[in-house]
Design a protein around this ligand. Structure first.
Ligand SMILES: *[C@@H]1O[C@H](CO)[C@@H](O)[C@H](O)[C@H]1NC(C)=O
Ligand SMILES: *[C@@H]1O[C@H](CO)[C@@H](O)[C@H](O)[C@H]1NC(C)=O
Length: 474
């Protein structure tokens, strides 16, 4: 049928757009006043063709009263309103503190009863070499330590997601909730908190490794002993937050990072992060098995020093990304980085969605999003270029809704949708999730010392054996 093929064509070009709700939409005291203002704002978004909204579901609010004492009431009221306004919902399981990062105007700490455990055992928090603790997120060193009233950190995250699924089962069934983004670290991102502003980090400092709590220290000593190098210690030559790579022994040219010991450490450091992500995503998959949602994880766009050989800022964050040596003049490469992430994801048959970092209302900024999300033209094989799975715009505000700003935003939404009606996309969206496929092998510990051969970079224009219509990979 003509209508059907038209429809298929349309779907191929359509990139849904979501808007992040304001921080503090549910207060730290777990209050949501279904206020008139938000209702009107949501209606305006819906009328503009926006597909849905994204919202943080804060651990520090929901489980604040005590272990397993979840209070979902305020979020249920919010979700009800979103549903009534005809929008879809992406919910973030936010296990980190709100506050201390760019744009955080609200402070929501992790639950008190967890912080109290930290009073007597401060090593439950990420720690830098000088012993500074970071209370934004529990160190991955305690993922499997039963320190929290008998539960491990991973069990806490797992129980939380199961309770969410149970309590929100009606909103899952009605397909209000379409995505579950699983928080995996500071700012919700799978990374170490290597560049905390509240400890004095400033752009473009290289940041610091955060693995000096006693749990990660012990883990490293064990790994080093297994690799027959019991004498190896965690780095003490990697500098401080605001150093440049060249001013440190670790990152300078032919520095520690190029030695066997350095490579061993970096592999251990990033493998731990991958294991952490895997473990929690497996729990998320169990919690939401059978639900018609996509599971998502967020990675950070660390573009500073991306074009330096050492990739220092990425390494301290846990991204062992040494292979793509551009040697270009500028040392910051956001556009290249986005392309690497997209290509890397597609290569693994993972959908990739995007989010902007700073609020901008000008067409130049929107065009940059469009360029990445819905590239025009064809690749070398003559097929249309791949597109993003969706884009979340940060964030809903009075400024965004000002007439001049919102007029440009509406045009942007139209372009993201390839000038089509928004519902064209939705019937295609939902299908139940099945069991999770585990990550491809990390570098096994016994071949660590030989694992130095670069993999070929994956060029932007040659991802041709992927699905070209951008449809979900499963
Ligand atoms: C959801 O949680 C609220 C409060 O946290 C509770 O009153 C309600 O009974 C729960 N509903 C379900 C279906 O679990
Ligand atoms: C780094 O090491 C390589 C190989 O040993 C050597 O050829 C090169 O000159 C060294 N570069 C610097 C800046 O020391």
């Amino acid at each position: 049928m003509q209508a059907q093929s038209d429809n298929a064509k349309m779907l191929g070009n359509y990139v849904p757009i979501y808007v992040m709700l304001p921080l503090g939409v549910v207060t730290v005291d777990s209050v949501f006043e279904g206020n008139e203002k938000l209702t009107i704002q949501l209606q305006v978004l819906h009328a503009a063709g926006v597909d849905g909204v994204m919202v943080d579901v804060w651990w520090g609010i929901i489980e604040s009263k005590g272990p397993k004492q979840y209070d979902w009431t305020a979020y249920r009221n919010l979700f009800q309103l979103i549903q009534e306004c005809g929008l879809k919902l992406q919910a973030i399981m936010s296990f980190h503190q709100c506050g201390g990062n760019v744009g955080d105007v609200v402070t929501i700490p992790i639950p008190d009863w967890v912080l109290i455990v930290g009073d007597s055992d401060p090593d439950i928090f990420y720690t830098n070499r000088r012993g500074t603790r970071n209370k934004e997120y529990l160190t991955i060193g305690v993922d499997n330590e039963p320190l929290f009233h008998g539960r491990t950190a991973v069990q806490i995250y797992s129980d939380y997601m199961k309770s969410f699924r149970e309590n929100m089962s009606d909103f899952l069934k009605s397909e209000l909730i379409i995505d579950i983004e699983v928080g995996l670290g500071p700012a919700g991102e799978l990374r170490y908190p290597s560049y905390p502003q509240n400890q004095g980090w400033e752009f473009p400092g290289i940041g610091e490794f955060q693995c000096y709590d006693k749990y990660l220290k012990a883990d490293f000593k064990k790994a080093a002993a297994n690799a027959r190098h019991p004498e190896w210690e965690l780095p003490d030559d990697a500098g401080e937050y605001n150093n440049t790579p060249d001013s440190t022994v670790f990152f300078r040219s032919n520095g520690t990072y190029m030695t066997e010991k350095g490579k061993f450490f970096l592999t251990w450091y990033s493998n731990n992060l991958l294991n952490h992500g895997d473990q929690i995503l497996v729990e998320a998959n169990k919690a939401f098995l059978g639900c018609k949602v996509k599971l998502a994880a967020k990675v950070s766009g660390i573009h500073w020093w991306y074009k330096a050989e050492n990739h220092a800022a990425e390494l301290t964050a846990g991204y062992y990304n040494l292979y793509d040596r551009d040697g270009a003049e500028a040392k910051s490469g956001p556009q290249k980085l986005v392309q690497q992430v997209l290509s890397g994801g597609w290569k693994e048959h993972i959908e990739v969605a995007g989010e902007n970092a700073l609020s901008r209302y000008d067409s130049t900024a929107y065009n940059q999003i469009l360029l990445n999300a819905r590239p025009n033209g064809i690749n070398k094989e003559g097929r249309p270029k791949l597109k993003m799975y969706g884009v979340t715009y940060l964030r809903l505000s009075d400024d965004l809704l000002k007439e001049t700003n919102f007029d440009i935003f509406k045009k942007f939404v139209g372009k993201m949708h390839a000038d089509q009606d928004y519902y064209a996309y939705l019937e295609k969206y939902n299908h139940s999730i099945g069991p999770l496929e585990q990550s491809k092998p990390k570098i096994p510990i016994d071949v660590l010392l030989e694992a130095t051969k670069p993999t070929e970079p994956f060029p932007w224009d040659e991802e041709t054996d992927m699905k070209v219509d951008g449809s979900p990979a499963n």
